[in-house]
Design a protein around this ligand. Structure first.
Ligand SMILES: Cc1ncc(COP(=O)(O)O)c(C=O)c1O
Length: 339
């Protein structure tokens, strides 16, 4: 939802460009170098979307027919399943997590069971976790979850679409998370506010292969420096402010927890994602429609009767006040929570 800021638009308008399919766009190169450096990896590749970042990273580490282990509500399992099966020919082996986070025993048992059916190429983890109310693995928990793959010599892909948020929430540098994985995908849209763009990072050799797969997927972009400039601006200017989004999300959660007919445990809100449950469940779309008339958009998402609200660059403290007011007004108008 986030719109590029004036400063970001200016950086985009003034970007130096070239043909990136020939590796000649200086701004894309700079973005790839800075991203690799922030993530502590040898190389990075600019891709149009988070989905493509995950697909090319997984695609260069698995062969057709291989299985991949991942959490059942991960973005890859839930949204990208058709790409993984139809385009890459992979088997998905979903595991049960705690708000999206996998325990080491679950992963180890998953390997044992799944390997009976055929080879497992890779473990996929997500930090922060979208469906898990933006839940975060701290570094040690992520290392433990990855350990069973490491012990078997299998690669780990980290879907870090919101790794910047995980980092802001824990104070752990992105590279300290990325170190645990062989490949990491990150988004410059979402929290960093760029209009388009993601990246995948890993070794030089893997990123070379990822570049070829990106082209096969139709993701080669020409004068892409205009987009890379927006991403670079977000990377340089919008990471430190993410804690403000987190603080506002918590305030929103605490306020709507008081609204009759809305259920949420504010303690679960540690990043910018708020997921609440509407009672009765069948009124959730009515609630979202009602708040939309006041300019507050809620996404019906995350399970029966649930909606998601996400704080971002365009939402200030007054915006949170408006959101609280719109949700309370809608719940009253719909008679939620009345016996
Ligand atoms: C965890 C996660 N990974 C990947 C993506 C995909 O990103 P995109 O929409 O840029 O393809 C999303 C999008 O919401 C996401 O939440």
């Amino acid at each position: 939802m986030t719109r590029p800021t004036t400063a970001m638009r200016r950086a985009m308008a003034e970007a130096e460009v070239g043909d990136d399919v020939f590796g000649e766009d200086p701004t894309v190169r700079r973005l790839e170098e800075e991203t690799a450096s922030v993530l502590g990896k040898e190389a990075a590749l600019f891709v149009p979307s988070g989905c493509m970042g995950n697909q090319v990273a997984i695609g260069v580490q698995a062969r057709r027919g291989d299985g991949i282990l991942l959490e059942e509500f991960s973005h890859v399992a839930y949204v990208e399943v058709a790409a993984l099966t139809a385009l890459l020919g992979l088997r998905l082996l979903p595991l049960h997590g705690d708000s999206g986070r996998l325990a080491a025993e679950t992963v180890a048992a998953g390997f044992v069971e799944a390997e009976r059916q055929g080879p497992i190429a890779l473990l996929e983890l997500e930090n922060s976790h979208n469906w898990g109310v933006g839940a975060v693995y701290d570094r040690e928990a992520l290392r433990r979850a990855a350990a069973p793959a490491r012990e078997r010599g299998r690669p780990v892909h980290l879907d870090g679409a919101r790794l910047w948020n995980a980092s802001a929430a824990t104070g752990t540098p992105p590279a300290a998370f990325a170190e645990i994985a062989d490949t990491v995908s990150v988004c410059f849209s979402k929290g960093l506010g760029a209009p388009v763009g993601s990246a995948v990072a890993g070794t030089q050799a893997l990123i070379r292969e990822a570049r070829t797969l990106r082209k096969q997927f139709g993701g080669g972009m020409r004068q892409a420096g205009i987009l890379a400039a927006g991403a670079l601006h977000g990377l340089g200017h919008h990471r430190e402010r993410l804690i403000e989004d987190h603080r506002r999300a918590r305030r929103l959660a605490e306020a709507i927890a008081q609204v009759p007919g809305i259920r949420i445990d504010p303690a679960t809100v540690v990043t910018n994602i708020v997921i609440a449950e509407v009672m009765p469940h069948e009124r959730v779309q009515d609630l979202a429609d009602h708040t939309a008339t006041a300019g507050v958009r809620l996404l019906v998402f995350g399970g029966p009767g649930r909606f998601r609200a996400a704080t971002h660059l365009d939402v200030d403290d007054a915006g949170i006040d408006r959101a609280i007011d719109a949700i309370a007004t809608a719940a009253r108008a719909l008679g939620l929570g009345r016996p």
